[in-house]
Design a protein around this ligand. Structure first.
Ligand code: PLP
Length: 379
């Protein structure tokens, strides 16, 4: 049996249909979309149509989105919506591409409960007259926890009305990073009630280094890069035409696969929970169906990962970037896990590359590796 890849939150392979859709734009249709001749105008029209499709996938229009070089850039761009002296709030479990730009402003972290869900009352208390932006990921990248965005949006709307009554004209915006959610949830910006929303092609079987930021009509951004004025002046630089064509195709496929995948992952998740032995399930509630976080308290998950790698099973301890730096997960810390439990936690993220046979096999191999580690420790 070839490798069993269980780290789809870190990266997804580009789907064959996505690659096929992109290929002409590397070869025959390579023209700069800003050029004046007809073939370039056709490329520009294809690019704009693909943008329209990306926007449509979240219930928006092509003009409402800015194409970026990935979700990190989209998250950074979202923070240009606020003034220098503003305060920002973000969930304690946010990705570093939100936490780091937020740290340049007056900021506070909003608490989560043991499932990683936002403590709404804490958010309510921390929104003060200077707060301009609240950033809450739709689904967390370590636990898969889905946040009640519509509920948060309702609170924010009520505070906006209150502010206006009191003569406070400061904006109060809601941003969500939907990088991990797009595969598993049917996303609509109006239903969520968000002003800014980040998308990531790399997590939906599209190309890496391509993302988008949805921007509501009344939100004003500042460009991160200056140059030729592409993307309404917000993201100068020659458009990544193949990337955007691939992204649009990937999102179309994600929509088509949504229900089937959810059912499949729920079944696979149950197989893991039934067949893996002696673990504590960390993400018990409100999680995306493809996220399974298992804790083997007393064992070192880093060692388990290397031992699993030897057996060609690829899993992770948390966010791929945090894992490579060897830092303790701020997400698992935020949900109140002890150091020992954090050290023993494995993140398994299922995806379209997986089959039922692979999941049974992975459970068997995990059991063997865990048993061998326990035997080594007790020897
Ligand atoms: N946001 C979330 C929730 C993510 O999971 C990731 C990637 O792991 C990112 C942002 C950053 O994406 P990229 O590295 O593609 O810019």
């Amino acid at each position: 049996m070839r490798m069993i890849y269980l780290d789809h939150a870190a990266a997804t392979p580009v789907a064959a249909k996505v690659l096929e859709a992109m290929q002409p734009y590397f070869l025959d249709e390579f023209f700069n979309p800003s050029a004046a001749y007809l073939p370039a105008k056709k490329v520009n029209a294809d690019y704009e149509a693909a943008k329209g499709e990306i926007a449509h996938a979240i219930g928006a229009k092509g003009n409402d989105i800015v194409i970026t070089a990935g979700a990190t850039e989209a998250n950074n761009l979202a923070f240009t919506s606020i003034s220098e002296n503003a305060k920002v709030l973000y969930l304690k479990t946010e990705h570093d591409s939100v936490r780091n730009p937020a740290s340049r402003f007056k900021h506070e972290e909003v608490e989560v409960d043991q499932n990683g869900r936002i403590v709404i009352n804490d958010l309510k208390q921390k929104i003060d007259d200077d707060t301009e932006l609240v950033s809450v990921a739709l689904a967390n990248n370590e636990l898969g926890t889905i946040q009640p965005l519509a509920e948060i949006a309702t609170l924010i709307r009520a505070i906006r009305i209150e502010r206006l009554k009191n003569g406070n004209t400061r904006q109060l915006l809601l941003h969500t990073d939907a990088s991990q959610a797009m595969n598993l949830l049917d996303i609509n910006v109006a239903r969520l009630g968000v002003d800014l929303l980040t998308l990531n092609a790399a997590k939906v079987y599209g190309p890496k280094g391509v993302g988008a930021l949805y921007v509501a009509h009344d939100v004003r951004l500042k460009p991160l890069t200056l140059g030729g004025g592409q993307e309404n002046g917000l993201r100068s630089g020659t458009q990544n035409v193949p990337g955007v064509i691939g992204f649009a195709t990937a999102l179309k496929l994600a929509k088509e696969h949504l229900n089937g995948n959810r059912k499949k992952y729920a079944e696979f998740r149950k197989i893991l929970l039934d067949e893996v032995k002696d673990y504590e399930l960390i993400n018990k509630k409100h999680a995306l169906d493809n996220f399974v976080v298992l804790c083997f308290d007393g064992l070192d998950a880093e060692r388990l990962i290397y031992l699993l790698e030897d057996r060609e099973v690829y899993v992770s301890t948390g966010a791929a970037c945090a894992a490579s730096k060897g830092v303790r997960s701020h997400v698992l810390t935020a949900i109140g896990l002890t150091d020992s439990k954090i050290n023993g936690s494995l993140r398994i993220t299922l995806g379209e590359t997986n089959t039922k046979e692979q999941v049974h096999e992975a459970a068997r191999i995990i059991n063997e590796v865990v048993a061998s580690e326990k035997a080594r420790i007790h020897a």
